[in-house]
Design a protein around this ligand. Structure first.
Ligand code: SAM
Length: 214
């Protein structure tokens, strides 16, 4: 993703603390209070410009959603979209690194993790940065409820193959594995920005659901 410098990003983020959480670690164990209800919480790690997480929040008001993105210059685009969408009450955004999940949530606070078009990090020496590396799978497990799930979409075949192996070796159960999601598009599929871009170029979209086994 091209990063454009946005010197106004910090001030803009500070003006919307009702959507963009300014003290993420302060919410640990208190997300029910933050949302004002005990609905399940689904997070997206690497939310980018937010099209998916905002679309999901609008489509599923009975679920709470948190989009996590580690760049200011990217999360502000998600914040702009959230404002355009009139700040759905079941949506929050956080400018944090997904590596920090354990300092943001207590065990069992999350019901599902979405990973969409995660950066592939193709070089072996960068394997640990892939969001489906076993170190990340352990972090997700640490905040998910028992038998929690990861839903993963990508257009990158190598990352998909890597993730199939990584998740299976971790002991997760895979289901709904698709090598061409758009060939029979599920009615409830919410497109991400990258999904729109790559599917329009004719790339197949790979998808899977993986469940932790307790
Ligand atoms: N999910 C969006 C989509 O499908 O359109 C964005 C995909 S983009 C290729 C990947 C995004 O993940 C980038 O915005 C990147 O900054 C973010 N990202 C990568 N690693 C991350 C991490 N460890 N924590 C938080 N965000 C991360």
């Amino acid at each position: 993703m091209r990063l454009r410098n946005k010197p106004w990003a910090k001030d803009f983020m500070a003006e919307h603390p009702d959507v963009l959480i300014l003290d993420p670690e302060g919410k640990k164990g208190r997300w029910t209070e933050e949302f004002g209800n005990d609905a399940p919480i689904h997070i997206e790690v690497g939310t980018g410009k937010g099209q998916f997480i905002i679309g999901m929040a609008l489509a599923n008001p009975e679920i709470n959603y948190i989009g996590i993105e580690h760049f200011d210059n990217v999360i502000v685009s998600a914040l702009e979209k959230a404002i355009e969408a009139k700040k759905p009450s079941n949506l929050r955004l956080m400018r944090v690194n997904g590596e920090e999940l354990e300092s943001l949530f207590v065990g069992s606070e999350i019901s599902r993790v979405y990973l969409n078009f995660s950066d592939p990090w193709p070089k072996d020496r960068h394997e640990k940065r892939r969001l489906t590396h076993p170190n990340f799978l352990a972090k997700y497990e640490g905040v998910l409820k028992a038998n929690g799930e990861i839903h993963f979409k990508t257009d990158n075949r190598s990352l998909f193959e890597y993730s199939l192996v990584s998740m299976t070796d971790y002991g997760m159960k895979l289901r709904s594995v698709s090598l061409d999601l758009h060939a029979s598009m599920p009615e409830d599929n919410v497109l991400t920005e990258y999904e729109e871009k790559f599917s329009s170029k004719g790339h197949p979209i790979y998808r899977l659901e993986a469940q932790y086994q307790s």
